[in-house]
Ligand binder design. Structure first.
Ligand code: IMP
Ligand code: MG
Length: 177
């Protein structure tokens, strides 16, 4: 078996879209400081690219989470693998993810972070797969691209920990050879 990657969204299109999101975010946060939380590992790529396109003050922090439970367990809880370094009280938080799939991770993460009393929380994701959503109260404020239900890699997204570093979004194709 060999793997081939089919390009779904080019590097140029990804970067153009991130630039547009950065402009929008800069307008929406005028006069404020955006406290960006990157969700490791994949969200770190989007976070770094996006932060370079924002022209209001930015501070950064990272968090790593893993989801418990499976498709049939609606109360799948998020386990914090690496917590934030800084408190959130009074901050305007922007969570940055690589992809929202079922929405479970972000649903639980938002609840957990709201308990730390930030001034606001918004969510930005490079990719959204709306067809896969099982938790429907995950409000995506900023979305790069809505994509069909295909397994994608690149721009932070992995397949068995590989391909995060691809500068474009691709679909993994398995070939028998
Ligand atoms: P969910 O929204 O709680 O289902 O979790 C989303 C997480 O699943 C993402 O942060 C990714 O780690 C992973 N994921 C979902 N779809 C894909 C994909 O197409 N490629 C790579 N990882 C994915
Ligand atoms: Mg992830």
């Amino acid at each position: 078996m060999s793997e081939k990657i089919r390009v779904l969204i080019s590097e140029e299109d990804v970067q153009k879209r991130i630039e547009a999101l950065g402009e929008q975010i800069s307008k929406d946060y005028e006069g404020k400081t955006v406290h960006i939380i990157g969700i490791l590992k994949g969200g770190a790529y989007m976070m770094i690219d996006l932060s370079k396109r924002i022209n209001v003050p930015v501070t950064l922090d990272f968090m790593s989470v893993s989801s418990y439970g499976n498709g049939t367990v609606s109360k799948g809880i998020v386990k914090i693998v690496k917590d934030l370094d800084e408190p959130l009280e009074g901050k305007d938080v922007l969570i940055v993810e690589d992809i929202i799939d079922t929405g479970r991770t972000l649903h639980h993460l938002k609840e957990l972070l709201y308990a730390r009393k930030p001034a606001s929380i918004r969510l930005c994701t490079l990719l959204d797969k709306p067809d896969r959503r099982v938790v429907d109260d995950v409000n995506v404020d900023y979305c790069g691209f809505r994509i069909p239900d295909e397994f994608v890699v690149g721009c932070g997204l992995d397949y068995a920990q590989k391909y995060r570093n691809l500068p474009y979004i691709g679909v993994v194709e398995l070939n028998e050879d």
